[in-house]
Ligand binder design. Sequence first.
Ligand code: NFA
Length: 101
Amino acid sequence: MADVDTIPKAKAKPGTERPKLWKVILLNDDFTPRDFVVAVLKAIFRMTEGEALGVMLTAHRRGSCVVAVYTREIAETKARQGNEAGQGAGYPLAFTTERET
Ligand code: NFA
């Protein structure tokens, strides 16, 4: 049996499907203080100060920024917690979720 080891498999091995993932997206607004956004990112998304600053500034400059990617339930929970933190402090801070393609 010549070269049988080098014949490629027709398909990827079953059971190796990629999990469905959802992005959590931070939206910019004109009212939420920068420090508050950074504090929320650190508390809910377990970011360092530097990571949180980078995400906040990207959303500030570009209008939005992907914060992180999770399975659906975790993404929706983190987005809701971020929105509630803003609401609780009287700010329009907004996170959305979007299925990753
Ligand atoms: N644009 C807000 C400000 O200048 C900061 C901000 C950044 C708000 C990212 C929401 C998201 N105070």
